[in-house]
Design a protein around this ligand. Structure first.
Ligand code: NAX
Ligand code: ADP
Ligand code: K
Length: 515
């Protein structure tokens, strides 16, 4: 699924209105009915106080139309118009009239007015600003937003939490609604996935308001979200008459005294992802532990006992995953430098491999085209420098990726893979994965996919998806806290199987007895 800009969403509206020969007020009505149905199914007429806060644009218009439907179904509502401007939209005004025709009289909130008291068991509908926000809310609107956030009431935001921009960072974190739930129209918004802005949408879901599918399909976007339907076409089936040579030979290079486990995890994840053969290249102290833990994995030892001092081998791997647990010893840096001089094999670089690249920036020029780098934010900072906010980070990451022709897989709650000015935002994974070694497993998975013939960009995108899905499947048995990387690796197989699971058909409702 793609992430559209506000401009593209407005264009989709316009296109849909022309093609379906409807008016904009009809589209607003569709949106409002969808929200009403969502609420009605859950509330079943309950008389909880619902406070609607509506701005003066189309987001506010949605709120007013929703208020009308709630009123018609007997809900206990109170409507507030947040009168932050006199430029009221046409469809807002139509819905204001429709509401007044039903004898609902909103409170008009002004700069110096008092705000309504809201109980912690009430519900707030946030329809103050939508995707049209283009400057900081006035201080009094920010004060209102603070009042709503501190009420303790459940906040349902329409389309986007008010105060969030679609395409830039927020200036004042206190002037953004902290939504318990967001009902967003048609397409997800990138800001739900970025760490600084994502925290304002505890949960979100998409409501289909029937925007033109052809427009959505044909419009190019800078970012997209990666789910099952995006990765399924990438999957390479296993051939009947294949042999282990068909699926490549992965070499995992890393480890140092006390950090051999990182290589063990990475090599195991690599094997479990389907690499035909896996060899680990480690300092001598890693020989016994890896041979004992992983009988399927071959081991080559460095000349040194505790840290890698020369990267030389006489096997012919398909791909190399490098850097996990490798340490930053100067002789390891020299070994990497020498290795990069002649290496032509595809590379996946993580952890201390990245730290060594950051320390010796000249190494970056020696990387083969489409090398995959998998930094977490701190490692990324060492590579590209600091950033002002998430949007600035994405801009800098794109420039860096272009400059060195590398694929950047930036790890986090929603890992983002950047290449060729395009961003692929992962949708799988969970906070249980914030655990030792889970990044090592990712390096192994991506390396294992390249070994099997996946193009590096596909391997990065698909590998991140599988890694997150393995984590999601694992927590069904472990919960978040007890998820370990070993358990995640045990679920990589089921993450592949899950690709082919059909969603369960909706259960038919029990026939109602006639009264
Ligand atoms: N395709 C869709 O997604 C649809 C969207 N609709 C709704 O329309 C919304 C967008 O509506 P609008 O474009 O009217 O914009 P908003 O309702 O988000 O914003 C209101 C207006 O206030 C002005 N404004 C922006 N920042 C301000 C500030 N800080 N202080 C004062 N005024 C400010 C803007 O010029 C904007 O037109 C969506 O978020 C959604 O709720 C629906 O009505 C119908 C279909
Ligand atoms: N809150 C989270 N939600 C989803 N995934 C997460 C979360 N925290 C961490 N992860 C994932 O776990 C992995 C952690 O990698 P990394 O920081 O390199 O850890 P380590 O060095 O222990 O291997 C990344 O793939 C990241 O995307
Ligand atoms: K809103």
């Amino acid at each position: 699924m793609k992430f559209f800009s506000a401009k593209q969403i407005y264009a989709a509206d316009k296109f849909t209105i022309e093609k379906q020969q409807i008016s904009s007020i009809d589209l607003m009505e569709r949106a409002a009915i969808q929200i009403f149905n969502w609420l009605h199914v859950r509330m079943q007429g309950a008389q909880v106080k619902i406070h609607l806060f509506c701005g003066i644009g189309n987001n506010g218009g949605d709120g007013l139309a929703l208020a009308r439907h709630l009123k018609e179904h007997g809900y206990n509502i109170e409507v507030n118009v947040v009168n932050y401007s006199d430029k009221r939209s046409k469809d807002f005004l139509i819905n204001l009239d429709r509401l007044k025709e039903r004898k609902v009289w909103p409170n008009f909130l002004e700069r110096d007015g008092e705000f309504t008291v809201i109980g912690p068991d009430d519900i707030i509908i946030d329809a103050i600003f939508g995707i049209g926000l283009n400057r900081s809310p006035d201080p009094w609107v920010a004060r209102l937003i603070g009042h709503l956030n501190s009420s303790g009431a459940f906040i349902l935001s329409i389309d986007i939490p008010s105060g969030l921009y679609m395409d830039k960072a927020i200036e004042d974190v206190n002037a953004v609604i902290k939504a318990n739930h967001v009902l967003s129209f048609q397409v997800p918004k990138l800001v739900f996935f970025l760490p600084e802005t994502g925290v304002f949408s505890n949960q979100w879901e998409i409501l289909d308001i029937g925007l033109d599918q052809e427009y959505l399909k044909d419009t190019e976007t800078e970012f997209e979200v990666i789910g099952k339907s995006e990765v399924l076409p990438m999957y390479k089936p296993r051939e009947k008459f294949s042999h282990k040579g068909t699926y490549g030979h992965s070499l995992i290079i890393g480890g140092s005294y006390g950090k051999i486990g990182a290589v063990t995890l990475s090599a195991k994840a690599c094997l479990t992802s389907g690499s035909g053969l896996v060899t680990a290249y480690v300092p001598r102290c890693g020989y016994v532990p890896i041979q004992t833990a992983l009988p399927e994995v071959m081991v080559i030892t460095d000349k040194n006992e505790t840290a890698i001092g020369a990267i030389t081998f006489d096997i012919k791997p398909t791909v190399i995953g490098l850097g996990i647990g490798m340490g930053m010893a100067s002789e390891t840096g020299d070994a990497l430098s020498e290795f990069l001089e002649t290496n032509k094999l595809p590379l996946v670089i993580d952890a201390d491999g990245l730290n060594l690249l950051a320390k010796h920036k000249s190494f970056l020029n020696k990387l083969p085209s489409k090398t995959i780098l998998t930094p977490h934010p701190k490692e990324l900072e060492r590579l590209i420098g600091t950033w002002k906010d998430d949007f600035d980070m994405l801009k800098k990451a794109k420039v860096f990726s272009k400059k060195y022709d590398v694929i950047l897989t930036i790890k986090g709650a929603h890992t983002m893979t950047i290449y060729n000015n395009h961003g692929y935002v992962n949708s799988t994974g969970n906070p249980g994965m914030a655990t030792a070694g889970s990044g090592d497993a990712l390096t192994g998975i991506i390396t294992g996919l390249i070994a099997q013939g996946y193009e590096p960009l596909q391997a990065a995108i698909f590998g991140v998806y599988l890694h997150g899905m393995a984590g999601d499947l694992a927590i069904e048995h472990t919960g978040y806290q007890a998820l370990t990387t070993s358990k995640l690796i045990d679920n990589i197989g089921m993450a592949f199987v899950d690709l082919f699971k059909m969603p369960e058909p909706p259960q038919e409702a029990e026939p109602q007895e006639k009264p």
